[in-house]
Design a protein around this ligand. Structure first.
Ligand code: CS2
Length: 487
């Protein structure tokens, strides 16, 4: 971007980066260059490049080339539009220097990751990108992508396969490993990533030296938080109107942003603390709070909201009964399981309720409803396990679980099809088809999916009964009525 262009943008109120992009060199490879990364980590890195130009980002998409296709003609610059009731504040982000499409540029991607200048490989590949069993957090050794990558270690398609291929190359060259930083919504995301990558390296064999080398890789955990709805054409027009720029893929987000990082980067890291991130010794309490309060509420609202006919989260939370449900879910059921003080948790809850109500964010319930099999364990079921241990009730969490069961039948309350997106969608559909509209059969069939419920929960009578009763109510009376009845 030229000086003149930057000045024109500034006069239009656009926040433009304060560094010369030609001096920036790559230090980070990011796998999964979707909207979330571009609204979150890339925005933090953008703020520190003026003083630390060796931390530019090379992004990679593992599935589709669409991000590369959209951003390449605009030199990988894009607009981040921060929106709330007071308006839209656009910012141009320049921290992404290139985007590689793993399918067509696999060799280049692995070679880039093996470059000594790359000291961090970060990830937002979503829950399913870890190719794990969501209920145990262990690598799913029968996952088709893992089976493929073990048979073809030089041309991997999965995130663990790609990471291990690059680590193996660094090992052979006598280079130190990069740090692997997961930025996904998983419990102990660093530990989970580490367990999966190490197991994959073991299975790859190649002598113990690779597995030993991978033992020395560090996997800091992080808690990342920013709500990022998928970009629509209407969003593109809003951004074009304000900036005068024709951005093929702007990103829309909220003013709130949070990043808590475990400080474990033996290969070095940018001074993330200078741009608002919190570097701590133990991220787990933060992760648990976020997963159980924000994401637990989100998933519950997504299923109940979708079934109630609400397209967007802000519409769902404006419904008094849903608001009461979400408030109660956080206060009565999630907060008592968390290690923070009551005051901290109450403030967090109130802030979340306000964030959900942001009228400028068009966050679809359908978007959040996606991949429920991968999300339920850490968002709702972990909290339920803790409630059971404490012999405390969990009616709202159970309604959330039942609403997922109702949702994955694939037919809404008006008899219209639901586009259920989930890696296990076919299996879920089969279970639903066999059960028909019989709540007992449907609940039994879905509770037998051990990847979601484990082997413990389905054996707990009070859990089975509470979920089944809610499911019955959802099927008989519909979602709005079922939420009302909770009081
Ligand atoms: C959402 C999250 O899509 C979803 O499942 O719950 O992406 C949520 O918006 C983020 O975790 C917020 O930080």
């Amino acid at each position: 971007m030229s000086e003149i262009q930057s000045d024109t943008l500034r006069t239009r109120g656009v926040d433009v980066m304060d560094y010369d992009r030609s001096t920036v060199t790559p230090g980070i490879v990011h796998l999964g260059i979707g909207a979330f990364h571009r609204a979150h980590m890339a925005a933090y890195v953008d703020r520190l490049l003026a003083k630390n130009p060796s931390w530019g980002i090379i992004g990679a998409s593992l599935r589709r080339p669409d991000t590369r296709d959209a951003l390449e003609p605009q030199d990988f610059l894009y607009t981040l539009a921060i929106r709330d009731a007071s308006g839209t504040k656009p910012r141009v982000i320049g921290s992404i220097l290139d985007v590689l499409d793993a399918n067509t540029q696999r060799a280049q991607l692995i070679e880039t990751m093996a470059d000594p200048a790359i000291r961090i490989v970060s990830l937002t590949v979503t829950e399913k990108g870890y190719c794990h069993d969501p209920s145990t957090g262990e690598l799913d050794e029968e996952h088709p992508d893992i089976v493929h990558d073990l048979a073809h270690p030089e041309t991997p398609i999965s995130a663990p396969g790609i990471i291990v291929a690059a680590l193996e190359r660094r090992r052979q060259r006598g280079l130190a490993p990069f740090t692997v930083m997961s930025c996904d919504n998983l419990p102990s995301n660093g530990k989970t990533a580490g367990r999966i990558v190490r197991r994959f390296a073991e299975l790859r064999g190649a002598g113990m030296s690779l597995a030993d080398y991978v033992q020395n890789v560090s996997f800091p955990s992080t808690m990342i938080d920013r709500i990022v709805p998928a970009t629509t054409d209407a969003d593109r027009s809003i951004v074009a109107e304000i900036t005068g720029l024709d951005d093929a893929w702007p990103i829309m987000t909220e003013p709130f942003t949070q990043w808590v990082i475990e400080d474990d980067f033996p290969a070095g890291r940018p001074p993330f603390e200078t741009v608002g991130a919190e570097l701590v010794e133990d991220v787990e309490p933060f992760e648990l709070m976020k997963l159980r309060m924000l994401n637990g509420s989100h998933s519950t609202m997504a299923y109940l909201g979708y079934l109630s006919g609400y397209q967007y989260v802000n519409e769902a939370i404006a419904d008094a009964a849903i608001h009461r449900l979400v408030h109660g879910l956080m206060t009565e059921e999630a907060m008592p399981t968390l290690p923070m003080s009551r005051t901290t948790l109450e403030a967090y809850r109130d802030q979340l309720l306000a964030r959900f109500a942001n009228p400028a964010l068009k966050h679809r319930t359908w978007q959040i409803a996606m991949d429920g099999t991968q999300k339920l364990p850490q968002r709702l079921l972990g909290t339920i396990r803790d409630r059971l241990k404490a012999t405390q009730p969990f009616p709202r969490l159970a309604l959330g679980v039942a609403a997922w069961m109702r949702y994955v039948t694939g037919i809404d309350e008006a008899g219209q099809p639901i586009d259920v997106k989930d890696p296990m969608a076919t299996r879920l559909r089969q279970i639903a088809d066999e059960a028909g509209r019989d709540p007992e059969k449907l609940a039994n069939g879905l509770l037998a999916v051990t990847e979601v419920f484990g082997t413990d929960l389905p054996q707990v009578a009070v859990f089975r009964d509470t979920v089944t009763n809610h499911l019955k109510s959802l099927l008989e009376n519909g979602a709005k009525e079922a939420v009302q009845r909770l009081g």
